[in-house]
Design a protein around this ligand. Structure first.
Ligand code: FES
Length: 115
Protein backbone atom coordinates (compact mmCIF):
# COMPACT_ATOMS: atom_id res chain seq x y z
CA UNK A 1 0.00 0.00 0.00
CA UNK A 2 1.38 3.44 -0.89
CA UNK A 3 1.39 6.61 1.08
CA UNK A 4 -2.02 8.03 1.76
CA UNK A 5 -0.90 11.63 1.91
CA UNK A 6 1.71 13.60 0.03
CA UNK A 7 4.09 15.92 1.85
CA UNK A 8 3.87 19.23 0.02
CA UNK A 9 6.41 20.79 2.40
CA UNK A 10 9.13 18.26 1.66
CA UNK A 11 12.34 20.08 0.70
CA UNK A 12 13.66 19.47 -2.79
CA UNK A 13 17.11 17.88 -2.95
CA UNK A 14 19.43 20.71 -3.90
CA UNK A 15 22.73 19.67 -2.31
CA UNK A 16 22.71 22.91 -0.33
CA UNK A 17 23.80 23.19 3.29
CA UNK A 18 21.38 25.39 5.21
CA UNK A 19 22.10 26.85 8.64
CA UNK A 20 18.94 26.47 10.69
CA UNK A 21 19.88 27.49 14.22
CA UNK A 22 22.05 26.89 17.25
CA UNK A 23 22.71 23.57 18.94
CA UNK A 24 21.31 25.09 22.14
CA UNK A 25 17.95 25.82 20.46
CA UNK A 26 16.83 22.17 20.69
CA UNK A 27 17.33 20.43 24.05
CA UNK A 28 18.21 16.70 24.15
CA UNK A 29 15.15 14.49 23.76
CA UNK A 30 13.20 17.12 21.87
CA UNK A 31 12.11 17.87 18.34
CA UNK A 32 11.66 21.17 16.53
CA UNK A 33 10.03 22.29 13.32
CA UNK A 34 12.56 23.91 11.03
CA UNK A 35 11.02 26.23 8.46
CA UNK A 36 13.06 26.74 5.33
CA UNK A 37 12.87 29.88 3.23
CA UNK A 38 10.68 28.47 0.46
CA UNK A 39 7.78 27.28 2.63
CA UNK A 40 9.32 23.84 3.03
CA UNK A 41 10.13 22.33 6.41
CA UNK A 42 11.78 19.45 8.22
CA UNK A 43 11.61 17.99 11.71
CA UNK A 44 14.87 18.29 13.63
CA UNK A 45 15.57 16.04 16.64
CA UNK A 46 18.24 16.09 19.30
CA UNK A 47 18.98 12.55 20.53
CA UNK A 48 21.51 12.88 23.33
CA UNK A 49 23.44 15.52 21.43
CA UNK A 50 23.14 13.82 18.03
CA UNK A 51 20.99 15.78 15.62
CA UNK A 52 18.79 14.18 12.98
CA UNK A 53 16.40 15.63 10.41
CA UNK A 54 13.49 13.93 8.66
CA UNK A 55 10.36 15.04 6.88
CA UNK A 56 8.05 16.83 9.26
CA UNK A 57 5.22 14.68 8.10
CA UNK A 58 3.53 11.46 9.09
CA UNK A 59 2.41 9.75 5.86
CA UNK A 60 -0.63 8.29 7.63
CA UNK A 61 -2.60 11.51 8.04
CA UNK A 62 0.00 14.26 7.67
CA UNK A 63 0.61 15.04 11.35
CA UNK A 64 3.88 16.97 11.98
CA UNK A 65 6.40 14.61 13.56
CA UNK A 66 8.39 17.44 15.18
CA UNK A 67 5.48 17.77 17.62
CA UNK A 68 5.39 14.05 18.38
CA UNK A 69 6.97 12.02 21.16
CA UNK A 70 10.66 11.16 20.89
CA UNK A 71 12.02 8.08 22.67
CA UNK A 72 15.66 7.43 21.88
CA UNK A 73 15.92 7.36 18.10
CA UNK A 74 12.21 6.66 17.69
CA UNK A 75 9.53 9.23 17.09
CA UNK A 76 5.98 8.10 17.61
CA UNK A 77 3.29 10.11 15.84
CA UNK A 78 1.02 11.77 18.37
CA UNK A 79 -2.13 11.08 16.39
CA UNK A 80 -2.24 7.30 15.94
CA UNK A 81 1.17 6.06 16.99
CA UNK A 82 3.01 5.31 13.76
CA UNK A 83 6.70 4.98 14.55
CA UNK A 84 9.75 6.21 12.64
CA UNK A 85 13.51 6.08 13.06
CA UNK A 86 14.67 9.70 13.17
CA UNK A 87 18.10 8.66 11.81
CA UNK A 88 16.79 7.18 8.56
CA UNK A 89 13.09 8.00 8.24
CA UNK A 90 12.31 4.27 8.24
CA UNK A 91 8.70 3.56 9.19
CA UNK A 92 8.29 0.64 11.60
CA UNK A 93 4.50 0.61 11.43
CA UNK A 94 3.71 0.13 7.77
CA UNK A 95 5.78 -1.11 4.87
CA UNK A 96 6.44 1.37 2.08
CA UNK A 97 5.71 4.38 4.29
CA UNK A 98 9.23 5.44 5.15
CA UNK A 99 10.02 9.14 4.86
CA UNK A 100 13.14 10.99 3.82
CA UNK A 101 15.99 11.86 6.14
CA UNK A 102 18.45 14.73 5.76
CA UNK A 103 22.06 14.86 6.84
CA UNK A 104 22.78 17.22 9.72
CA UNK A 105 26.19 18.70 10.47
CA UNK A 106 27.25 20.78 13.44
CA UNK A 107 29.78 23.52 12.79
CA UNK A 108 30.74 26.14 15.40
CA UNK A 109 27.71 25.20 17.52
CA UNK A 110 25.42 25.85 14.57
CA UNK A 111 23.05 23.24 13.16
CA UNK A 112 23.19 22.85 9.39
CA UNK A 113 21.00 20.61 7.25
CA UNK A 114 21.91 19.24 3.85
CA UNK A 115 18.81 19.23 1.70
S1 FES B 1 -1.24 10.75 11.41
FE1 FES B 1 0.52 9.81 12.20
S2 FES B 1 -0.19 7.91 12.88
FE2 FES B 1 -1.93 8.79 12.02
Amino acid sequence: MGKLYENKRKPARTGKKITVGRVSDVPPGRGATVKLSDGKEVALFNVNGNFHAIENFCPHKAYPLADSRLTGNLVECNLHGWRFDVRTGACFTKKGCSIESYEVVIEDEMVKILV
